[in-house]
Design a protein around this ligand. Structure first.
Ligand SMILES: Cc1ncc(COP(=O)(O)O)c(C=O)c1O
Ligand SMILES: N[C@@H](CCCC[NH3+])C(=O)O
Length: 421
């Protein structure tokens, strides 16, 4: 359930008409619902009610400071993967003790930043990183709390570009090597082993891969304890999928996912961390766009929008589907026709959908891309020197611009022409 519904023929975000936001902020623009974000975070809290836990929102899914502040105020921790994301989490008021640092390529500067600013744990992904972190922490007279990300070699049954838990993926250390690497970690100065971490992929629509991975994790925890390690925390990763099509079978719910965790590791007495991103913010956001032109092609019609692949990359990058709906509610029985929905960018890949059934549209009409809150604005760029798409947060009948659209002058001012040119 989300909070983007038609009211009296107008598509609204909570109680704000999207047409009002378009008129005041312009399009394209991302619009998020506070109520949906709050509700989704609550579902994960509820799913882990049975255990001490921390829901660490995956900042990469949507890293706007206002969203992070909202999450942090609700009690969320944060999963960050760069110094930039770490700085965002801190700027949003989230204390270091609630921030976990993931990622295969943390630099010394990034690790230093986290050690200085406070960190709950580093999820270490290689032996080389283990050595580097140990050396750094030791030289700072600090102790870095760590979990090691273990790659369980499980097929997450998702898009190949976002599956992370197979042995051929770059993530984590092979589970067969885990005991050896934990032994090494225990010998190194500057580190304190606190837990085990896994993340097997994104947009998982089946709980079985989780079951398989977490069963391996439980066995590993028992073996590590047998080896003398103190394991008090388990980071189960993120990845629970969302429905991208309204007519589709919905993926499992957070509560069912929580039960899978409980069944697998509930008896180990560990504090549980999870890192959901998409499931919290995906269906809490839409991308609002305007029709620029209608164009008759050979055997097909094109609906040309002012949103493009640089604003919402997922269709071009993963062949992903986002429902596209008119902001003016079509009248019952209105005639529809097939259109290819495209953006203005100079690439054929700048196609959002082919043969979409839409009612008659005119230049200036508004459409909304549903389920666009996650990996939408976060992956946007200024390709074709199109200003970075702005973001708006709605709460009840009020809304605020949480990232303004840069002016062309601001964009140009970021470049410098060397004096010798
Ligand atoms: C380490 C880590 N944690 C959490 C996430 C969040 O994933 P999702 O947005 O699918 O929940 C990701 C991205 O897949 C990730 O790489
Ligand atoms: N960017 C991807 C998800 C990547 C998850 C990264 N951990 C998507 O839009 O589906």
């Amino acid at each position: 359930m989300d909070h983007f519904n038609y009211q009296n023929g107008h598509l609204c975000a909570e109680d704000v008409r999207l047409s009002r936001i378009a008129a005041e902020v312009g399009t394209p623009v991302y619009v998020y619902s506070t109520a949906t974000l709050t509700r989704h975070f609550g579902l994960f809290q509820q799913a882990l009610e049975w255990t001490p836990h921390l829901v660490c929102y995956a900042v990469k899914a949507n890293s706007n400071l206002a969203i992070l502040k909202l999450m942090g105020d609700l009690g969320a921790g944060m999963d960050v993967v760069s110094g930039g994301e770490y700085a965002r989490a801190k700027a949003a008021g989230v204390p270091g003790e609630r921030i976990v640092f993931s990622g295969v390529g943390k630099t010394i500067a990034e690790m230093r930043m986290a050690l200085e600013g406070g960190i709950r744990q580093f999820n270490v992904e290689s032996e080389a990183e283990l050595q580097a972190l140990s050396q750094l922490a030791d030289s700072m007279g600090a102790v870095a709390p760590i979990a090691i990300r273990v790659n369980p070699d499980v097929d997450a049954k998702t898009h190949e570009k976002i599956a992370t838990g197979k042995s051929e993926n770059k993530f984590g250390i092979p589970i067969a090597k885990a005991r050896e690497v934990y032994a090494e970690a225990a010998r190194l100065p500057g580190l304190q082993v606190v837990g085990v971490d896994m993340h097997i992929g994104s947009q998982l629509t089946d709980l079985d891969p989780y079951r398989q991975a977490y069963a391996k994790m439980a066995d590993l925890v028992r073996a590590l304890r047998g080896d003398g390690h103190t394991i008090t925390r388990l980071d189960m990763g993120g990845g629970l999928g969302i429905p991208y099509r309204r007519d589709n079978n919905a993926p499992p719910l957070p509560i069912e996912y929580g039960q899978v965790i409980r069944d697998a590791v509930g008896d180990l007495g560990c504090e549980i961390e999870i890192e959901p991103g998409r499931n919290i913010v995906g269906n809490a956001g839409i991308l609002l766009a305007s029709v620029i032109y209608l164009k008759e092609g050979e055997g097909r019609d094109f609906l040309i929008l002012d949103a493009a692949m640089n604003d919402l990359l997922r269709p071009a990058m993963y062949g992903a589907h986002h429902d596209i709906v008119p902001v003016n509610e079509p009248t019952l029985g209105a005639e529809v026709s097939a259109m290819d929905v495209v953006g203005p960018v100079c690439e054929t890949g700048d196609t959002f959908q082919k043969g979409t059934q839409l009612p008659a549209m005119m230049a200036g009409d508004l459409v909304a891309f549903r389920s666009a809150g996650a990996y939408g604005a976060a992956m946007a760029s200024e390709y074709n020197t199109r200003p970075l798409v702005p973001e708006v947060l709605v709460s009840g009948d009020q809304f605020a611009v949480i990232r303004a659209r840069p002016s062309i002058e601001e964009i140009l001012a970021r470049d410098t022409i060397p004096e010798w040119l």
